[in-house]
Write a protein that binds this ligand. Sequence first.
Ligand code: ACM
Ligand code: ZN
Length: 757
Amino acid sequence: MKHHTLSCILGLACSSMALGQVDPPLIPQPERLEWTQGRFDLTGTTIAIYKLELRDEAEFLQAGLRSVGIDADIEQVHRGMGKVVALGLAPNKGLKPEGYELTIVPEGAGLYGTDEAGVFRGIQTFLQLLPPPGTASPAVPCAMISDQPRFGWRGMHLDVCRHFMPADFIKKYIDLLARYKMNTFHWHLTDDQGWRIEIKRYPRLTEVGAWRNGSMVGHYRDRQYDTLHYGGFYTQEEVKDIVAYAAKRHITVVPEIEMPGHAMAALAAYPELSCTGGPFDVERGWGVFDDVFCAGNDSVFAMLENVLTEVMTLFPGQYIHIGGDECPKERWKTCTKCQERMKANGLKDEHELQSHFIQRMEKFVNASGRKIIGWDEILEGGLAPNAAVMSWRGTEGGIAAAKQKHNVVMTPGSHCYFDHYQGDPAQEPLAIGGHTTVQKVYSFEPIPSELTAEEGQYILGAQGNVWTEYINTPEHVEYMAVPRMLALAEVLWSPKEKRNEKDFIARLLQEFPRLEAMGVNASKSIYQVETTIVRGNEPGRLTVGLSSPLGLDLMYTITRPPYSEQGRLGRYSQPLTIDADCEVQGFTMNNGSTGPIARKRFDFNWATAQAITCNPLPNERYDDGGPLTLVDGIHAGERRVNYEWLGWRSDVTITVHLSLGKMLTHVGIGALEEHSSWIHLPEQVVISTSLDGKTFAVQGTVKPEKDAQGNVHLGIDLKEVGAAAVRFEVKNTVRIPAGMAGAGNPAWLFLDEIEVR
Ligand code: ACM
Ligand code: ZN
């Protein structure tokens, strides 16, 4: 039976809701802000510029004012007092680049930037002060603002290779960055699944490399493909247009040309640049592929240098991103050219060969007056002398690079990967995994505590990454990027001492209707209800707590099997105690509107809510809910990586004590296999039982087997064995085998619900 949603049952519409109004919702929060008396009515105002160079900035202000019905002329000279917004430069006020001072009084406003970028950032502040479109009298509140960025690299990334995004959308994305004072757009232009930038000297890169014959559909683990011819690329004219569009908004575009790995699209076009000679297809699926640019072939370097020459002509910024991540070394190990190069240069392993590759490219880029930046794998085998590091596999790479006095951009998967789930996976569109809420992004601190103040100076800033394996449309990009980008924008711009989650959320809720008016498909996952499950005061009972991160009133239902009739609706006031199969639903109520519904289905067995120990405890990256997660009655769905699964990088022994002795017919535990995420099935599980909870007798050893749905349950049937405790000794795979993602690293072991019957 399908559930009717409660909103239907209640006849209520799902809508955003207004919490208490705060002062105009500035995001990011300025460094210094004082609201002063009165309002400046914009009717009949003029924009005055003191410098011709500020004409572009003035036009942005003019366009913004037009959106609230104000037609303001731009005049180059200040007419004196009167209704005017004056724009000027004031480089000597002690503010950093991009800083500005904005003073608004009832008669007018003055905006002075350290530089033109500062004036532009200040205009964004001014525009955020405007009332929502359609307000009767357009006025802004009076204020004195002095503002400057905390970090110089405030970035957003976009992968246009896994799914292509049209040029018009790239502009809309840049507009979004601009509104929140971000200043760097990292454009991921080449990868295994598509080469997306026209290179005149190598036309096959886009003739062949920009197109693939099918794409993965559903999650990676299902290995399903469609057969559609898919692709697209940007002409150099389009690239120039976008770079100029960004420059007007004082946003630098950093192009990424991936090497030596993630190169299948290029190799499909020019297979002679590989170690084996191919042939290759542009990849249809996601992942990491063994064929990469040959590191022993001089024509590879010549080609990449020629490509970068065209790229540097198109992108005037200081940094060129050369990728460098996830490059398998399999082909290099057996390629005579690669091995000869290692010998000739005294390189002791393939990591040093990769380092040699990157250093050679760096020399070329440096000779052209630019710098390289690469993913943190470029640390392996030795960092190129002037390279900046983009730290994505945690912050460790960034810490190591900063200690070596190299510039760093932080983008750890834990806080900055906006392709991760941002709410309950059961309520979200399919994503790669993870769980990164807007609040979690807001809690991110780009400068790790491991660094001294001096080393911390090498942290240029941070950026949010939007990889598009599971994101097919511009609307979905917006959904994943917004509002998490707003949280990151404040982390990167505003002073650390001013960070205040509650205050940020209040401003964010007021920003939602403005985003809607701008046609931005922002995620409202923040309205989701959070569920916490703890053991009840007696074994076999669970206590289910519901909470609204926004502090809204909550309603709930508890529905019992066979789930044909919805349980009675109640107002939530205290945690719910449950001791048998049921589904709990919770949702927010605000001004008569319901928010998204959180659903939890509990299936009880004899292990549910019993005492449990894990030795060792799960890894802190995947320990949500602690050991109870294994006996909380909730079977981890496949989409719930990092949510209902517990993770280890070692063997683990798990013991469940049953409060009442039972005659057992089945004992088992669930495990997950997801090789792309380095998650492997255990080698085996030894299952034991005990009558006294102290001495255990082995009942059997199980090796993993998948059922028809691909789920893995490691269990054994028993013939009525009396027991007061059961034990699982789970043996991890330990090292990821060669040829798989993360080869050579310790595998992750992911376990979930224990069943005892
Ligand atoms: C990355 O996510 N492979 C940089
Ligand atoms: Zn080779």
